[in-house]
Design a protein around this ligand. Structure first.
Ligand code: PGA
Ligand code: ZN
Length: 425
C-alpha cells in the first residue's frame, strides 16, 4: 500500500520552480517524479498552482508542495499503488474543481507519476511494461531543431521546426540520422553568418526574419547530412498560433504581416506547396479560432497530419468536441495539461478509437524525468516530440528510448546474442 507521499520544490530547465514528488510504499519501495512546465500554454489547461507574491517572480510552488504533503498524502495513505485509476480518481475528487485549481495539477500529476513509478519498481517491472503490456512499439520521434515564437528571441513566429526520420531500420538508426542532421544544421547556420545559440527546447535560435528562411536552412541541412528531404527526413512544425494571434483586432500578427484567417490559410497553402517535405502541422490557428482550424484540416487533413494542442489540452471533453467538429486528425498529449495518468490514458484511447493519431509531448520547461519516454511506448501512442538531440533534459528522453528499444529487442526475441544488449530497467 501507499505509505506516504512527500514533495519538494525543485527547478526546471528554465530555472523556474517545479514540483518533485517521492512515493513511499509499504514494501520499502521509493520512487520520484518531476513535473514539467509550458510557456505557450492553452487557456484550458489544468491549473499549475503557483504561489504568487514576490518570491521567485511569483512562481514558487510551496503551496503545491504543501498540498502533496498534507491533503493528498492523507487521502492516498493505505491505497493500493497498483490501482492507478483509484489513486487518480481519489485526487480528482479531493480537488473537486474542473481544472484542478484547488490542489494544483502540478501537485496531482507529480503524485500520479511517482506512484506509478513506485508500483512498477515494486513489481520489478520497467515502467513502460508496467503501464503497457505486450506488443509495444517504438515511436516515431519529432525533434525541434529550430526554435522560434515564445521559445526564442528571434524574428521567427512559428514556434517549432521539427525533423523526423521517416526512413529508418530502428529507433537508434533514425536517431542517428537526426543527430547527423542537427550537426549539419549547425554548420549551415554558421556559414550563413548567424549565431548558433540554443532556444528553450535545444534547437538553434538564429535571428532569421521568416519561417521560410528557417525551412530553407533545414532543407539544406538535411541534404548536407546526406539525406533526401521528405524521403529520409521529413519536417513538421508547431505554429503555436495563439502566441501571434491578437485578440483585440482578431488578426494574426505574423512576421511583419497582419492577416485574417483566410490570409493565414493562404500563407500555409503556399508554404506547404513550397516545402512538400512538411508532413505534420500543429496549432496553425489560435486556440479559440476553431473555424479556421477546421478549414485547415478540411484542406490539408488528407495529405498532412494536423495536430491539435492548445485548443484541446489533452482533455477528453475537448477531444470529443474536436472529433465531432473534425477539428484535426491528431491529438497532442501532455500529461500536465490534464494532470493525471488515468485521464491522459482516456484521451489517448478516445483519439485512437476515432482514428486520430497521437503525439506525446514534453514541455518547453522540462526536468531530467524520462517518464514520457516510457509512457509513449507503454501506450503505443505512436509519436513523441521531446525537442532537439541536445541539452540533457531533452536528450535523456531519447536515451531512455534507446534503452527501451534495446530491452524490447531482448524481450521480443528472447535472444541475447547482440554484444551490446544489456538488461536495463
Ligand atoms: P510549451 O510548448 O511547452 O511551451 O507549451 C510546447 C507546445 O506548444 O507544443
Ligand atoms: Zn504545441
Amino acid at each position: 500500500y501507499v505509505e506516504k507521499v512527500r514533495a519538494l520544490e525543485i527547478f526546471d530547465s528554465r530555472g523556474n520552480p517545479t514540483v518533485e514528488v517521492h512515493a513511499y510504499l509499504s514494501d520499502g519501495t521509493v520512487a520520484k517524479a518531476e513535473v514539467p512546465s509550458g510557456a505557450s500554454t492553452g487557456e484550458k489547461e489544468a491549473v499549475e498552482l503557483r504561489d504568487g507574491g514576490k518570491r521567485l517572480q511569483g512562481k514558487g510552488v510551496t503551496q503545491a508542495v504543501a498540498n502533496v504533503n498534507g491533503p493528498i498524502n492523507d487521502a492516498l495513505k493505505g491505497l493500493s499503488p497498483y490501482n492507478q485509476a483509484e489513486i487518480d480518481r481519489t485526487m480528482i475528487k479531493l480537488d473537486g474543481t474542473q481544472n484542478k485549481a484547488k490542489l494544483g495539477a502540478n501537485a496531482i500529476l507529480g503524485t500520479s507519476m511517482a506512484i506509478a513509478r513506485a508500483a512498477a519498481r515494486s513489481k520489478d517491472e520497467p515502467l513502460y511494461r508496467y503501464l503497457g503490456g505486450c506488443d509495444l512499439e517504438m515511436p516515431q520521434t519529432f525533434h525541434n531543431v529550430i526554435n522560434g515564437g515564445k521559445h526564442a528571441d528571434n524574428g521567427i513566429d512559428i514556434q517549432e521546426f521539427m525533423i523526423t526520420p521517416v526512413a529508418k531500420n530502428s529507433f537508434r538508426d533514425g536517431f542517428e540520422k537526426i543527430v547527423n542532421t542537427y550537426h549539419a544544421l549547425k554548420a549551415v547556420i554558421e556559414e550563413a553568418g548567424f549565431e548558433t545559440g540554443l532556444g528553450d527546447e535545444g534547437g538553434f535560435a538564429p535571428n532569421l526574419k521568416s519561417s521560410e528562411e528557417a525551412l530553407k536552412m533545414l532543407r539544406t541541412a538535411i541534404i548536407k547530412a546526406g539525406y533526401k528531404p521528405g524521403e529520409d527526413i521529413a519536417i513538421a512544425f508547431d505554429a503555436a498560433a495563439s502566441s501571434f494571434y491578437n485578440t483585440e483586432d482578431g488578426k494574426y500578427h505574423f512576421e511583419g504581416h497582419i492577416w485574417n484567417g483566410e490570409e493565414m490559410l493562404q500563407y500555409y497553402d503556399k508554404l506547404l506547396k513550397e516545402f512538400p517535405e512538411i508532413i505534420s502541422c500543429e496549432d496553425p490557428f489560435d486556440e479559440n479560432d476553431w473555424e479556421n482550424f477546421e478549414k485547415f484540416t478540411a484542406k490539408f487533413g488528407s495529405t498532412h497530419q494536423v495536430v491539435a494542442d492548445d485548443n484541446v489540452c489533452t482533455n477528453p471533453k475537448l477531444v470529443r468536441k474536436a472529433i465531432k467538429d473534425k477539428l484535426c486528425n491528431s491529438i497532442l498529449i501532455k500529461l500536465n495539461q490534464i494532470g493525471t495518468i488515468t485521464e491522459t490514458l482516456e484521451t489517448i484511447r478516445l483519439a485512437r478509437k476515432n482514428n486520430m493519431t497521437t503525439m506525446v509531448s514534453h514541455r518547453s520547461g522540462e526536468t531530467g524525468d524520462t517518464f514520457i519516454a516510457d509512457f509513449t511506448v507503454a501506450t503505443n501512442a505512436g509519436q513523441l516530440k521531446s525537442g532537439a538531440p541536445a541539452r540533457s533534459e531533452r536528450v535523456e528522453k531519447y536515451n531512455r528510448l534507446l534503452e527501451i528499444e534495446n530491452q524490447i529487442g531482448v524481450e521480443n526475441e528472447r535472444l541475447n546474442h547482440f554484444p551490446n544488449n544489456v538488461d536495463f530497467d
